[in-house]
Design a protein around this ligand. Structure first.
Ligand SMILES: [Zn+2]
Length: 220
């Protein structure tokens, strides 16, 4: 068996316990092109010559700034950042933005990228972070159903990956005073963005549910 095929086969075996998280998948099979672009990004930004997400240590919560699922998929489905679409990101890599889960307004959870690969969603942390996007135009647009779905999903991820210790909102990612910042790794110090998603209110309520209902205390 060729070496690459053997590695893929081993990965499928390794992924089997993750089928407990088998939400309907929106991306389908990841193209070899996307894997190559992800590897290129990981090598350039983190010095890691791989597209794999191994022992994820944190979860980052986002919202999409889109009104619904079809408009969200239009942005997320292409393998490459569409030309001219994100001038703040495009000089730093061709791979499109991508997360592991999308949560729709009424609380439906969809898998997007498989959990064994890195996604481009949080500068400085993609080598170790699972990304969850909530479909919402702004923080006021986030729903109670999304809050509940995020709590359930974080609980399942924490149960699946004992390596997860940190949970942050994207708006917190460049806060050097928070514990998660010890994981920051980036070869381009000026590559950063200002983020407002999902906002302090959503994160406070999510942390409360995790603590009170599931006794989960993650570092921020
Ligand atoms: Zn975000």
């Amino acid at each position: 068996m060729p070496r690459n095929l053997a590695i893929f086969f081993l990965f499928w075996l390794w992924c089997l316990p993750l089928f407990g998280l088998a939400y309907s998948n929106l991306l389908g099979e990841v193209s070899p092109h996307r894997l190559n672009l992800t590897r290129e990004y990981m090598k350039d930004h983190y010095g890691i010559d791989s597209y794999l997400l191994i022992n994820p240590q944190m979860i980052v919560i986002h919202y999409t700034v889109t009104p619904d699922l079809p408009s969200t998929l239009k942005i997320f489905l292409p393998d490459e950042l569409p030309a001219g679409s994100r001038p703040e990101l495009s000089p730093y890599g061709r791979v499109n933005i991508g997360v592991h889960f999308l949560v729709d307004k009424e609380g439906s959870i969809y898998a997007f990228l498989p959990l064994w690969m890195a996604g481009r969603h949080t500068i400085g942390f993609n080598h170790t972070a699972i990304g969850i996007e909530n479909i919402a135009k702004n923080s006021r647009d986030l729903t109670e159903a999304q809050l509940e779905a995020n709590a359930k999903l974080v609980k399942e991820l924490v149960d699946t990956f004992p390596s997860i210790q940190y949970l942050i909102g994207h708006h917190e990612y460049m806060n050097t005073n928070l514990p998660h910042f010890s994981l920051y790794r980036e070869n381009y110090p000026h590559y950063r963005t200002e983020k407002f998603d999902p906002g302090p209110r959503f994160m406070r309520r999510l942390r409360e549910i995790l603590k009170n209902r599931y006794h989960i205390h993650l570092l921020d």
